[in-house]
Design a protein around this ligand. Sequence first.
Ligand code: NAP
Length: 546
Amino acid sequence: MERNQTKAQRVDMVIVGAGFGGMYATWKFREMGLDIVSIEEGGDVGGVWYWNRYPGARCDLLAVDYSYGFSEEVQQDWTWSEQFAAQPEILAYANFVADRLDLRKHYRFNTRVEAANWDDARQLWVVRTDDGNVLEAPYCVMSTGPLSKPTDPDIPGISRFKGPLLRAAKWPHDPVDLKGKRIGVLGTGSSGMQIIQTLGRTDCELFVFQRTPSFTLPMRNRKHSADYTAELKRNYAAIRAACRMNPTGGARPVSTRPFFSLPPDHRQELMEEAWAHGGHTFLGIFSDLMTNQDANDQVADFVRDKIGEAVKDPVLAEKLKPRGYPIFARRPCLDSGYYETYNLPNVHLVDCLEDPIVEITETGIRTQSGVTELDVLILATGYDALTGAMLSFEITGRGGRKLSEKWQDGPRSLFGILMEGFPNLFMSTGPNGPAALANIITISENDVDFAANVIRHMQREGLGAVEARLAPEDAWMEQIRRLAQGNLMTKAKTWWVGANVKGKPQGMLMWTGGFHKYREACEAVAANGYRDLAFEPAKTLEAAAH
Ligand code: NAP
């Protein structure tokens, strides 16, 4: 059948994405009785964990936090083996949830959305997928993920490289033989660091092309004992409640103690203790690290000293020490012996600030000083984050307005959930929410619950369309701008501020006020009878039925 002759399938809701946001949305709206079709480009559930199978891939948020709280059955029946779970365990968890809650039957895998257009007269979205099918649904939920559109570096010759070119973000599903190879890694963010510390300890020659050094803190991962697991399972309700009250959306310590409120020796003692303990403890010892440059400088010095202790060659240590931006203004990584990897004789650092990359050749990377011959090149060069996935297909709202027009100066929305001009389109972990600055699963549950409550309200009142009012949306954006003004996070060139993609509008893309405040803002809108949202009565009997 020709594409333009395809008969549209009518459902209640289209959900895009099979990451943790999309899976939760699929469960939630199915339980509400909606007829759902969920669409996913990958071959199965898991989102970023389906794609990111690179050596050493691991989540550096506590597994207990980075897991669903909505289902007592799931959290009691699943057991995490260690504090910070590796990618295979997280993917196994996603599969466990999909099986247990019977989610796969709603999914069309290996399918991409090509376009979503709002039909104002019929109050529904017309969604076209790359297999030629068309779905029509009053509601659309975009759970497309903040980190799902990888970017290749803008380096001449990248398509010429003859050996395997592997992307951290789209790692092959079949095993890759890297034994004895000369491997180049481009990128030293969270993905690159995990690859480097893992491959560096294997039989290979590893060449790390580092442009901006990143700070990392020791993870000091620990296995969960049976007693610990039992205690955890007894306390899940309290843990989830604590996550929802926490700025990070996780059960983490948060300090109210400014750095300079303590004498120097006490500060040093706290930093040493936190360093020895590992994980994110270090981020929770002082309250003003992202607002007080002097405090930030002293903490950065502490970590630079630790790099000096870890790396034997002092010249190499200097090259690995980040300078010129505040610590934690780029996403802090948690590592397992990252800096120590550079003491190994098979690990070589190419400092691209001193010796910039000129081009990629058929057989390696040419920097100003010469060519490094490589068998394999690994790209860990990041993502067109937060907006990339949503803008990778055409979304047309009310009056034919494209999302790319609305977002031409940067993303705009209310809470990263609803937008003026794009009725009945809900995002989970969208830009303008806390997104990557807090626990993505806690945010997903909040956002999907918010959407579910709005839809229930519409069903009760016989309403056919909802969108954010312009004034509250503008006010929310203004709050984001004001919060970011005093925040050192804006002082580094990162994907957090859109600086890693050429031509992308620059500015803090996320809410920096903490998850707890974000949740309160969402709840206030519901408590105020949804004054900040504009509703339309159902125009047709069919629309009224939803
Ligand atoms: P990223 O943090 O954006 O890092 C990209 C790296 O590629 C940077 O080191 C960047 O250098 C480098 N790069 C880009 N273009 C380059 C070029 N032309 N020449 C040389 N270097 C170039 O990306 P990521 O490591 O994939 O991490 C993205 C986010 O994913 C993280 O911030 C985190 O939120 C998430 N993540 C989390 C985990 C975890 O839980 N442990 C693991 C992986 C990813 P410059 O900085 O100089 O541009």
